[in-house]
Write a protein that binds this ligand. Sequence first.
Ligand SMILES: Cc1cc2nc3c(=O)[nH]c(=O)nc-3n(C[C@H](O)[C@H](O)[C@H](O)COP(=O)(O)OP(=O)(O)OC[C@H]3O[C@@H](n4cnc5c(N)ncnc54)[C@H](O)[C@@H]3O)c2cc1C
Length: 307
Amino acid sequence: MATVLIYSDKASMALELLTAAREVGAAAVKAVTINDNAAAQDLVGAGAEVFAIDNDAINLADTAAVASALAQAIEQLGTDVVFLSSNRRGKEVAGRLAQIIQAGCLTDVTALQSNGDQIECQRNALGGATVATQTITEAKKVIAIRPRTFEAAAAGSAGSLNDLSVEAKPSAVKLVEVRSKAGDSVDIEAAEILVVVGQGMESQDDLPLAQELAKKLGGEVACSKPVATDKKWLSEERIVGLSGKKCKPQLALLFGISGQVQFTVGIRDARVIASINTDENASMNQMSDYIMTADLKQVLADLNKAL
Ligand SMILES: Cc1cc2nc3c(=O)[nH]c(=O)nc-3n(C[C@H](O)[C@H](O)[C@H](O)COP(=O)(O)OP(=O)(O)OC[C@H]3O[C@@H](n4cnc5c(N)ncnc54)[C@H](O)[C@@H]3O)c2cc1C
């Protein structure tokens, strides 16, 4: 298979892309970093051949500037296949880059498989109700892979670090300040245990019961979409599913969740799922390892008492 060029604005995601390229059987992997010495070192530590662009004129907040830098890197390194992370910025870079180098482009890819010279990409389709396998038929391919689809490459034998020089036009975007997001900064994707609350919870007054349980178990509280967007009981950072986060906890305890496909795409990779629902026929039960037909408030209270 072809040489794959990887780039992400987040070091941890670049390491995931390194794993992706290796698992898909790339002939070689060339990792590009832009103004990020720490990421370059992490990638070298994981055995990658790194090409570090160090150019203060490239504004990382300007996706057009990043795409232009990557297009120049691709030309210099002679690669036809590019893996990017399908985070917010990565998706934007993917479209812009594909347009510059005249490549086919797929974003939100959730699995990859090589088939001869082709790379088969899986993506959720029809609102998450099904999975489509798609390939890019153009010679040049830009593929943006959803974060956490692959494990980050571990440190191993050292790779190499090379300088790469690209030109940057003055950016139309001026970065005024970088500030952490106000409010809830929870990372439910990183949690090993999730206590997930659905619309079956009748009152916001019951929410502390879920928070207490999550704390006792060393986990985080997450929710279905309506709990955050309609009821506004929790922040949107905590939504599991198609429009929220794709989580892979060791244990997911689901309280009052019906199991609509837009929710389950975000939790189906959990190692163990236990669902508590008053409806013994809830769709969520089909995907759950443990089912309890019971009132969630009572179960939460009992669990908190028992722990
Ligand atoms: C484009 C699109 C994107 C979407 N993205 C997402 C997404 O990312 N994430 C997401 O979650 N949803 C998403 N949705 C919404 C999704 O379709 C469902 O509406 C939503 O997941 C339902 O949430 P729920 O299971 O909490 O609520 P409900 O479907 O209302 O289910 C509540 C459940 O609680 C049970 N229950 C009631 N009382 C109790 C009790 N006392 N004890 C125990 N159980 C009880 C009921 O039997 C029921 O099964 C999306 C929809 C669309 C159209």
